[in-house]
Write a protein that binds this ligand. Structure first.
Ligand code: PRP
Length: 207
């Protein structure tokens, strides 16, 4: 399964508030972080761990520990920042990278402006975070960047994904699993998801 839509009443409840045009910035930030934190259970379902035996006060327990290479959270700026916060609120044993890009409003093509990534991406589980997967241009550009840095285990994590964006990512990168809280089926003529939630970056940062 290369697509996981969370489908959970708690997530649907928070996403309904997040999508509402009446939700102001501070509440939008709170909700975006909250939904991402709730998604962590699914995001890290296949987290690589090693066996570790410990002693409880009464007996031995065969548990697990993390392997040597921490997973990487890579935020697509700006809006992805809120998702790395939501993830690290519940699991902080991660390295964090940033890829800065924005969508040119006329061409809808992503324009890159910054890149700072952890080392050794080839040995790590990479979780690329962006609240919106609309046309897919930004995600594809970011995945290309990660692959140029030898990342081979990439999951794309979004709050809201569109069917055309999902298809485009999978046409280009069939190996990349997409995990999203919800998905919508269409885009408008400006490349915005319908019904969507508007412009996540502008709503998060009140710009
Ligand atoms: C939004 C969003 C994604 C991109 C999705 O970012 O956060 O990065 O657009 O669109 P796409 O799938 O069609 O590429 P935006 O360009 O508004 O930048 P921002 O995060 O700085 O607001």
């Amino acid at each position: 399964m290369k697509l996981k839509v969370l489908n959970h009443p708690l997530i649907d409840f928070y996403m309904t508030m997040l999508r509402s045009k009446d939700t102001q910035s501070s509440k939008f930030r709170f909700l975006a972080k909250k939904v991402t934190s709730l998604m962590a259970f699914e995001i890290f379902k296949d987290l690589k761990v090693l066996p570790k035996t410990i002693e409880t006060p009464l007996d031995k327990h065969n548990g697990v520990t993390l392997n040597n290479q921490k997973p990487c959270i890579i935020s697509i700026l700006r809006a992805g920042l809120i998702m790395s916060e939501g993830i690290t609120d519940v699991f902080d044993e991660v390295s964090i990278g940033h890829i800065g890009m924005y969508r040119d409003e006329n061409t809808l093509k992503p324009i890159n402006y910054v890149k700072k990534l952890p080392s050794d991406l080839n040995n790590r589980q990479c979780f690329l975070c962006d609240p919106m997967l609309a046309t897919g241009g930004s995600a594809i550009s970011a995945i290309k960047t990660l692959k140029q840095h030898c990342a081979s285990d990439i999951k794309l994590v979004c709050l809201l994904a569109s069917d055309p964006g999902i298809k485009k990512v999978h046409d280009n990168f069939p190996d990349v699993k997409i995990i999203c809280a919800q998905k919508d089926d269409k885009l408008n003529e400006n490349g915005f998801i319908l019904p969507g939630l508007g412009d996540a970056g502008d709503r998060i940062f009140e710009t």
